[in-house]
Design a protein around this ligand. Structure first.
Ligand code: PLP
Length: 376
């Protein structure tokens, strides 16, 4: 297979030392080595979530983590307010519906972020405080939109509903202050900004979440967070974990710490800014609205008359550059370029040159070199 550079919004290009960590010899997942490994990972994850509370590591993808959040906090008939801004926000709603929750939805136009004033209004209107939960997405991967989580937290104020945040494609790429913002369960996954292969979901829980989880009567077994907490205290997971991926997470978190969170945030922000500048220099439109741009995924509209599927395929087949197209109703209408993972500035420039040449191959007129010039 031709060597590929992944610019997907996950899974991402993984650094060699992280890949090598997966070849570590197997250890006893109920022994002291694993306890040390897991403990180290959890301690390093806390500042990334912005919490002093517990972080659980689960052997599943992000969706498993989101289902765990729903089934541990809510039950059949729970009333939730959801503010989706794309495919993944709607998936979280689908999970909650599958578990019998009743959901009111704040609709937002594709490409826009949640209007904090509208969220505040909907919660003010809930005079009897009947909402049990609020479902939010930090970063919507399908539209390249990042919500202003500080503003949404302020809009929620002291409404007592439990707040669940999907930060699968957001966490670690920008500052997140779970405790300060008062969120209850925040979910992320290994294959995004943490730059680890897929296989782990991580959930941070507030103290308030733990007391509500203890009272929640919904059926659960594999995803029982109380069990995960109890085993966590022993340095274990309730069920056999993907040990090799935990080794990879350990090395990735060490690298994250060494680079320093502010530098990691700046890297994602500058790559996203460079890609947006390059796209605009080519006469392309950014799908996300001004002020709502994600730092982890740039969604770009496919120009009129150009086949979006062919563009993605040309980048892959001719240049070994792997990006994503649109999902669901945005299929063929946008392309999505991820900034996460082991990518250098030179990689960004290589991708932009390939984008330029692939656009030209698809019949779009480009000013040669404009993309990289703008990005630089
Ligand atoms: N939520 C968001 C925002 C995502 O980007 C994704 C995956 O891309 C998911 C949830 C689902 O995660 P997974 O595919 O790991 O189950």
């Amino acid at each position: 297979m031709q060597k590929q550079l992944l610019f997907l919004p996950g899974p991402v290009t993984v650094a060699e030392p992280v890949l090598h960590a997966m070849a570590s010899p197997m250890i006893n997942h109920r022994g002291p080595e694993f306890a040390e490994l897991l403990g180290r990972c959890k301690r390093r994850l806390q500042p990334i979530f912005g919490t002093k509370g517990e972080v659980l590591v689960l052997g599943c993808s992000g969706t498993g983590g989101l289902e765990a959040a729903v089934t541990n906090l809510f039950t059949r008939g729970s009333r939730l307010l959801a503010a989706p801004v794309g495919v993944f926000g709607r998936r979280l709603i689908a999970i909650a519906r599958a578990w019998g929750c009743e959901i009111d939805i704040i609709e937002t136009e594709a490409g826009a972020a949640v209007d904090a004033a509208e969220l505040a209004k909907r919660l003010r209107d809930d005079r009897e405080q009947r909402y049990d939960g609020i479902l939010l997405t930090h970063n919507e991967t399908s539209t390249g939109v990042e919500n202003d989580m500080a503003a949404l937290a302020a809009a929620i104020g002291n409404h007592p509903a439990s707040v669940v945040v999907d930060s699968v494609s957001g966490l670690a790429a920008s500052e997140f202050k779970m405790d300060e913002w008062g969120f209850d369960l925040v979910v992320t996954a290994s294959q995004k900004a943490l730059s680890v292969p897929p296989g782990l979901a991580m959930i941070a829980a507030s103290e308030r979440a733990w007391s509500r989880i203890a009272q929640c009567t919904a059926p659960r077994f594999y995803m029982d967070l109380q069990q995960a907490r109890e085993f966590g205290l022993l340095g274990q997971t309730p069920w056999t974990p993907p040990v090799s991926i935990v080794h990879a997470l350990d090395v990735a978190l060490e690298r994250y710490e060494r680079e320093g969170a502010p530098a990691v945030w700046a890297r994602h922000a500058s790559y996203a800014r460079a890609i947006r500048a390059a796209a605009e220099a080519l006469g392309l439109r950014i799908f996300s609205r001004e002020g709502a741009h994600s730092v982890t995924v740039v969604a770009i509209e496919v120009p009129e008359g150009i086949d979006g599927g062919k563009l993605v395929a040309t980048l892959r087949n001719e240049h070994g550059i792997v990006i994503s197209g649109g999902q669901k109703e945005l299929k063929g209408k946008i392309i999505r370029i991820g900034t996460m993972g082991e990518l250098s500035r030179a990689d960004i420039n290589t991708m932009l040159e390939a984008l330029e040449s692939s656009l030209a191959a698809c019949g779009y007129r480009v000013a040669q070199g404009a993309a990289v010039r703008a990005a630089l």
